[in-house]
Design a protein around this ligand. Structure first.
Ligand code: ADP
Length: 246
């Protein structure tokens, strides 16, 4: 496993308040990583830094060989470099079928305007089938996305991101609002996706993180408090204290 992304000594302040404080995290390729931490720990800001939404005041974000925090890259340029982000709420085109949603994602490589430059890919249909299978929506390809369950919409959106072939996929609380069966499916899906790319899951739900069975990074006050297996970090007294609010 080689390092794909390195957040190195990054700090970010909002009106003098240090939301991210000398944060260093390395993500490998391929890798599945869970990032946990109490409210206000800096998880969202961490994702914002990687996707270029928030610029670091100090430190570096190294992607491959490049310091993307210094290049002045826009969010869409960073997305085009291979970083996909799934927000908590699913955003799919409800009136379009699952197939049409996936087709749009395939022909819309990471940018709202590139749809204007759509070139029909010869492999499009086959790729759509492949992604539908990967996310477990093969039987729903002809259904309008609006008819899908909450869980299925989340999988469709993950499929739409996979269509853009990211090297790193950031996923924000994918299990929120899901039934236990849906959670199980989501775990399998993320594990599978992480076999060939980096997948970083920001999650509150410890039971879900346990199922992911991957390395965990615990954030607190904008820094890494602990890192390792879930058993390792949850046995750490500083982590216990933070979660119990001591
Ligand atoms: P988490 O996602 O772990 O709950 P966040 O990254 O959202 O944490 O927030 C980290 C800290 O930074 C919090 O104290 C939050 O209030 C603060 N913060 C985040 N974004 C802003 C902002 N745009 N302006 C001011 N404070 C912010």
């Amino acid at each position: 496993m080689s390092t794909l992304l390195e957040v190195d000594g990054v700090s970010v302040s909002f009106d003098g308040f240090r939301a991210i404080n000398n944060l260093s995290i390395q993500i490998g390729e391929p890798e599945l990583r869970a990032v946990i931490g109490p409210n206000g720990a800096g998880k969202t800001t961490f994702m914002d830094i990687i996707t270029g939404k928030t610029k670091p005041d100090e430190g570096k974000v190294i992607w491959g060989e490049r310091n993307i925090s210094l290049l002045g890259m826009s969010e869409s340029q960073i997305a085009m470099a291979g970083i996909g982000r799934k927000f908590q709420k699913p955003t799919v085109f409800e009136a379009q079928t699952v197939r049409e949603n996936l087709a749009m994602a395939l022909r819309n490589p990471r940018g709202p305007f590139s749809v204007l430059f759509y070139k029909k890919s010869r492999n499009g249909a086959a790729r759509i089938e492949e992604i539908a299978e990967e996310v477990g929506l093969t039987d729903s390809l002809t259904r309008p996305a609006g008819e899908l369950s909450h869980g299925q919409k989340q999988w469709l959106e993950i499929g739409m991101l996979l269509a853009q072939d990211p090297r790193l996929l950031l996923v924000d609380e994918p299990a929120a609002g899901m039934t236990s069966q849906e959670r199980e499916h989501t775990t399998d899906l993320l594990k599978r996706a992480a076999q060939t790319r980096a997948v970083v899951v920001v999650e509150h739900d410890m039971e879900f993180v346990r199922r992911l069975d991957c390395k965990v990074t615990v954030l607190h006050e904008g820094s890494v408090l602990a890192e390792g297996s879930l058993d390792h970090v949850t046995a750490d007294q500083t982590v216990i204290d933070v979660y119990l609010g001591r």
